[in-house]
Design a protein around this ligand. Sequence first.
Ligand SMILES: NC(=O)c1ccc[n+]([C@@H]2O[C@H](COP(=O)([O-])OP(=O)(O)OC[C@H]3O[C@@H](n4cnc5c(N)ncnc54)[C@H](O)[C@@H]3O)[C@@H](O)[C@H]2O)c1
Length: 324
Amino acid sequence: MNVLVIGGGGAIGYWSARSLEAAGHHPVLYDLGFDTAEALGGAPMTKVQGDAADLQRLLDVAATHRIERIVHLAMIIDAESAPIMASRVAVQGLSAALETARARGIPRVVFASAKSAYGATFGGHRAPTYSPATEDTPRTPVGVYGAAKLLCEEIGRAYQARHGVSFVAFRFASTYGLGKDTGRHGSLSLGSLMVEGAVRGEPVRLPKGGDQRQDWVYYKDIGQAVVRACEAGDLRHQTFNIGSGIAASFAEFAACVRAEVAGADVQIGPGMNPFGTDYDAYWVLDIRRAREVLRYQPAYGTLALGIADYVREYRTRLEASRGR
Ligand SMILES: NC(=O)c1ccc[n+]([C@@H]2O[C@H](COP(=O)([O-])OP(=O)(O)OC[C@H]3O[C@@H](n4cnc5c(N)ncnc54)[C@H](O)[C@@H]3O)[C@@H](O)[C@H]2O)c1
């Protein structure tokens, strides 16, 4: 099927598109720019430049490319620094996607929400128990980013109820993988610093936070979830946690990098909260609903598997760029 991937120029867009291709579908990447997708390379994909909130453009693209599903991934990741722009991309962007679906008879819109919809961890969800959040765990977002995601989930729900457009929202755990090293993700890319620094043979020193555990999800598993949501028939749920369901620490991440890259000099100091945030948002997600309803089955469900693949992907590109 033809799938319009809005925000397809970004990291998750790239890997979702590759997963869609591998499953026999035809992704059409739609974005303001394609810097990440182009840096990640590979066989050319169909790309259309446009604004997520431009309804007329989306209507035209949907007709031209005979779009059958829409996946909305566009967002300003540093929403707290650009709240008006982020709200516009999220809320107006999703509304435009839903309107396009309604007008063009596209049966399903898949939306990238986030663990940030839950806000700060509380009670048994915090260390040391890390009790996994289910989709029904109370949502009390802390910033504009999480609040915009939650509002989008509600808009999607309303469209499904009112207009019959099937809506799926994915609450992603903490993501990692190739493509997360861009300026847009900034300091959220500790995993990329460790993996890519090690492969380049550089020492990596992170001062603190090694004991902090969280749920990590690899980009290719997100790609699988996107494929499942596009392919699924009628669904009895609209919201799905997408993660690994496992609590693993930043020190374990560093240890996996050392195990995978011979001679890697990657160290992270002890303690919690490596990002130094003023609230705790290190969630573990219960993924049973996605497993049961979507048949989502993480292929990289442990850090060892995901990091091994990430190292392979990064090495391939590094060697190509060095002309070997
Ligand atoms: N990376 C994570 O850790 C994470 C975790 C949870 C949820 N998410 C969500 O997943 C989605 C994809 O994230 P990502 O990691 O690929 O981020 P990304 O920044 O790599 O990709 C987002 C893309 O949206 C595009 N975009 C922004 N404004 C736009 C506009 N007006 N019109 C069209 N495109 C626009 C950007 O150009 C970018 O290519 C986002 O919605 C994000 O909030 C990401």
